[in-house]
Design a protein around this ligand. Structure first.
Ligand SMILES: Nc1ncnc2c1ncn2[C@@H]1O[C@H](COP(=O)(O)OP(=O)(O)OP(=O)(O)O)[C@@H](O)[C@H]1O
Ligand SMILES: [Mg+2]
Length: 608
């Protein structure tokens, strides 16, 4: 049966799961870890590293190591968020051809979906290794608050990775699926997800009939663990700057070490009440002395430094509850998701807001991927009776006369959905209208985000207000928006799938897909070669060990000398093939090595 994997493509960690024999399970990577850092690096030799190996070399190769690409995906280059990332990231973010951020690594420029695709490709391979079969389909999760452009770009990343992303689902919704799976309960729950980069809160209703309905959702795509880390970094460098007049953040290597140390301290403070940050030789002074950074950080201090961040999540919870038209008492369980919910202060804040202890028993790092896998299995297998009713996180509409925003689909509407409204022309003999598709909550159009635009032409000439145009918005189950406009008299229609203005063109996507495919092939070949090399090495080592003895025994005869010479040639040839990367030839040579080894053993065995 065809397998669909569920991938939680996180800002900091990604996780892959699958349903096997009716049970959702998380698949560990080769190192045995159930989550894989969402990091990509290019080494000096041009080799691509993904996951833990990329993370381990981040300090020494900071400029060419990408993390938190999810914070950039589907955003415009000139957005405040991207500009802010440019200031903080140790890698180079440059402007792409569509006002999109791109990442430069060792002279090559990559689109953000391409970087995310490398991570997805890695997750795909982890699953394939485990399942022993090729995997083509996936359900990928995104923060509930992701907008159309971000969803589309995530889908693009899937396509580049060679995955058919059969559904995009929201992370908190996925978490609720995993929470409710097989439980047969009717319950209203809150899912509080504070990860590395984003915060999401969803209020959901689960019914024993298998309906998972989101009532309201909200979040902040720029609020997560990294902001907590940043507070620690800023605090660490302040005194240092005062004493030494050096801003450590200006040094890429120092910054990377600070980031590591800050995160480590933060995580430690979830289990102990104080920790020492110790960074010897963090930088050298103008007089070339080595300078060190050493500071004690207490849990209380950390809580103080980040109090407003925690408070902000609570405010968003309150807002969401309000929108759902519910009171705290109506929430029967609170599910915590995301690594940051290990911080005691976060747990306390949530418990005190909802006035109940959060549910134990779901794993904050795995629950999202598990939910995605459950949804994936349900989509290809009719036996699963499960209905997922998600909502759109943003209000969608168009700009109308006077710069106002006219709403078509309100926030928190259940998707899929389609809504139409009729508009009229504003000028006499107006033959074209430009439709600006926007999302946001402001009455003023320019305060909302432009998703896309198109022009409906060839309208009948008539007095102002006489030509009627029907505009229809549709949101599909992936949360992706399409819009069409129709001249009601002539029936003339225009439609677009709203890809954000920073989306990739089809040609670009095609090229990137080809690149990624080639890479998947060469990488598999690399691995094959690596394996063959190791086998050959083992055999050569054994042969080398036996040489002296064999020589002792047989060197007296021509036949013996000949055999030894041949054996030397076999070893040398194998060594050449190991170097030159010819895997097939090396495989054949391994047979020759094995024969030689057997022969040697035979000879030595005789004298023993
Ligand atoms: N014990 C801990 N105490 C505090 N924070 C922790 C702990 N363990 C992990 N974290 C933090 O959790 C964050 C990562 O969480 P997670 O893996 O859920 O994020 P993500 O899923 O990659 O991000 P997102 O869901 O926002 O895209 C990091 O900031 C990490 O430092
Ligand atoms: Mg997450």
């Amino acid at each position: 049966m065809e397998k669909v994997i569920g991938i939680d493509l996180g800002t900091f960690n990604s996780c892959v799961a699958v349903v096997e024999g009716g049970t959702p399970i998380v698949i560990a990577n080769r190192g045995g870890y159930k989550t894989t850092p969402s990091m990509v690096a290019i080494t000096e030799a041009g080799k691509r590293l993904v996951g833990h190996i990329a993370k381990r070399q981040a300090v020494t190769n900071a400029e060419n190591t990408v993390y938190a690409a999810k914070r950039l995906i589907g955003r415009k280059f000139d957005s405040a968020q991207v500009q802010n990332a440019i200031g903080n990231a140790p890698y180079r973010i440059v402007e792409g051809p569509h006002n999109d951020p791109r990442i430069q690594l060792r002279g090559k420029v990559y689109s953000v979906p391409e970087i995310s695709a490398m991570i997805l490709q890695e997750m795909k391979m982890i699953a394939e290794d485990y399942l022993g079969q090729e995997v083509m389909k996936a359900v990928v999760t995104v923060p509930a608050y992701f907008n159309d452009g971000q969803r589309q770009a995530t889908k693009d990343a899937g396509a580049i990775a060679g995955l058919d992303v059969i559904r995009i689902i929201n992370e908190p919704t996925a978490a609720s699926l995993a929470y409710g799976f097989g439980k047969n309960i009717d319950r209203t729950i809150a899912v509080y997800d504070l990860g590395g980069g984003t915060f999401d809160i969803s209020i959901m209703e689960i019914s024993s009939a298998g309906v998972f309905k989101v009532i309201s959702t909200a979040g902040d795509t720029f609020l997560g663990g990294e902001d907590f880390d940043q507070r620690i970094i800023d605090w660490l460098v302040q005194d240092f700057q005062r004493e030494n007049d050096i801003d450590l953040r200006q040094d890429r290597m120092a910054l990377q070490r600070l980031k590591d140390a800050a995160e480590k301290a933060k995580c430690e403070l979830s289990s102990v009440v104080e920790t020492e940050v110790n960074l010897p030789f963090i930088i050298s002074s103008a007089r070339n002395e080595a300078l060190h950074l050493q500071k004690l950080l207490t849990r209380g201090q950390l809580e103080e430094l980040t109090a407003d961040l925690v408070e902000r999540t609570v405010q968003i919870c309150e807002m969401t509850l309000d929108e759902a038209g519910l009171d705290k008492e109506d929430i029967e369980d609170v599910v915590l998701v995301g690594g940051m919910t290990r911080m005691p202060r976060v747990q306390q804040a949530v418990a005190s807001f909802f006035e109940r202890e959060p549910c134990k028993g779901v794993h904050p790092d795995e629950v999202v991927a598990l939910g995605a896998a459950i949804q994936g299995a349900a989509l290809v297998d009719d036996e699963h009776d499960m209905v997922l009713l998600d909502v759109t996180p943003h209000t969608l509409g168009i700009m109308v006369v006077g710069g106002y925003f006219e709403e078509l689909i309100p926030q928190n509407s259940t998707v899929p959905i389609s809504r139409s409204k009729i508009f009229t022309t504003v000028r006499e003999n107006q033959t074209a209208v430009k439709i600006l598709v926007m999302q946001g909550e402001s009455r003023r159009a320019d305060e909302n985000e432009l998703l896309g635009e198109f022009i409906l032409t060839g309208l009948r000439r008539a007095a102002a207000g006489q030509v009627e145009i029907e505009v229809t918005f549709e949101i599909n189950a992936d949360g992706i928006v399409s819009v069409h406009a129709k001249d009601l008299e002539t029936g003339k229609e225009q439609s677009i799938t709203v890809t954000s203005t920073s989306g990739l063109t089809d040609q670009e996507l095609d090229d990137m897909m080809t690149d990624a495919r080639d890479y998947a092939v060469t990488m598999r070949a690399d691995e094959e070669h690596e394996k063959a090399k190791q086998e050959a090495q083992t055999l050569i080592a054994e042969i080398e060990k036996l040489f002296p003895k064999v020589e002792e025994v047989v060197a007296g005869s021509d036949f013996g000398r000949d055999a030894i010479e041949k054996a030397r040639a076999v070893v040398e040839r194998a060594q050449q093939l190991m170097e030159s990367g010819q895997t097939d030839a090396l495989r054949e040579q391994i047979d020759a090595l094995a024969r030689t080894q057997r022969m040697f053993k035979g000879v030595v065995g005789k004298i023993a």
